[in-house]
Design a protein around this ligand. Structure first.
Ligand SMILES: Nc1ncnc2c1ncn2[C@@H]1O[C@H](COP(=O)(O)OP(=O)(O)OP(=O)(O)O)[C@@H](O)[C@H]1O
Length: 311
């Protein structure tokens, strides 16, 4: 279990982490989702010990590690650019963390080769990094992070440079690893789809504040504010109202309060006009799968009991 307890960090007069309280359970991936500059990387650096908080404490497995040096924290970090060393071959890159901890070369090599087998990369162990594909490099970076048996894994947008197929494969692989190793993991992302796919919970960060932290389903169904809904990439958000996809129906459900809508195809999406006068210009965008089931002139309904109104 990893915990940020009331963590505050300022750069000059600017607060980039404001009284952050967060816990991540063993086997859980928590995603910190936020816009550029919201303070995501700062939180990872505070967890890794690369930055010191101005106030608050960091805990790992009931131990207070606030003042512990990064190399003594038993935390592994995986970066966007993999940060592999080109002058070392694959197994040497993987063994690096163990070597830095003072492990003998032969012991570190054995451990590195063992994890490369687990990653399906044994055939590439003697290759140089430049002889690997982007996906293979990513797996080497993962192997290097995991070979030291970390007690916490920090992932700083590690998939952003990969193509879709590879990204999905590695997202799945990493999720499985976290569960298998039963360690907590924190993923930093600005991609809501990735956050929803990979994590059990998502913390929404805005200007150094966590504005909401919950399961993806709960967040998409009930964002606390228009900002939260926008961070989640939700469609149909206005400052005062949000229509979740599940509120948009084709069939009138007996007993639910509904409004009739018109739906028509736009160049790139389906647009549904809400006819309720009090909502003025509000339009609802529907998913492709919903749109495919609608004819051009089909009527859809909004279940008003599922609509979220912001104060
Ligand atoms: N060492 C530093 N000194 C001063 N300001 C910093 C420092 N590191 C980060 N900042 C500022 O703190 C804010 C948060 O930065 P951070 O890198 O944590 O954001 P982020 O959410 O990870 O952004 P991105 O998605 O663009 O990487 C930014 O305004 C940044 O300019």
């Amino acid at each position: 279990m990893f915990t940020f307890q009331n963590i505050t960090k300022k750069f000059g007069t600017r607060t980039v982490a404001n009284q952050i309280n967060l816990s991540v359970a063993n086997g859980e991936i928590l995603t910190i989702l936020g816009a550029s500059g919201s303070g995501k990387s700062t939180l990872l650096h505070l967890a890794a010990g690369l930055l010191q908080p101005d106030a608050g404490d960091v805990w790992l497995n009931q131990e207070r590690i606030t003042n512990r040096q990064p190399e003594k924290r038993e935390i592994a970090m995986m970066f966007q650019d993999f940060a592999l060393l080109p002058h070392l071959n694959v197994w040497e890159n993987v063994a690096l963390g163990l070597r830095l901890r003072g492990e003998k070369k032969a012991v570190a090599r054995t451990a590195a080769l063992r994890i490369l087998v687990e990653m399906g990369l044994q055939h590439a162990s003697e290759r140089t990094i430049t002889q690997l594909s982007g996906g293979e490099q990513q797996r080497v970076a993962l192997a290097r992070a995991l070979v030291v048996s970390p007690k916490l894994l920090l992932l700083d947008e590690p998939f952003s440079s990969l193509d879709t197929a590879l990204r999905q494969h590695l997202q799945h692989e990493i999720s499985q690893w976290i569960q298998q190793k039963n360690i907590p993991a924190i993923l930093v992302s600005h991609d809501p789809a990735e956050a929803a796919l990979m994590s059990q919970r998502i913390a929404l960060l805005e200007n150094g504040n966590i504005i909401q932290c919950d399961t993806p389903n709960q967040l998409f169904a009930q964002p606390v504010s228009a900002q939260a809904a926008r961070l989640l990439g939700c469609l149909n958000v206005r400052d005062d109202v949000y229509i979740p996809q599940q509120a948009i129906q084709f069939h009138h459900e007996k007993g639910s309060e509904c409004e009739i809508l018109r739906c028509f195809k736009q160049p790139f999406a389906w647009r549904v006009e809400w006819m309720q006068p009090s909502f003025g210009e509000l339009v609802a965008w529907v998913n492709d799968d919903v749109a495919q089931r609608l004819g051009k002139t089909a009527r859809v309904w909004i279940d008003l009991s599922k609509v979220i109104y912001f104060k």
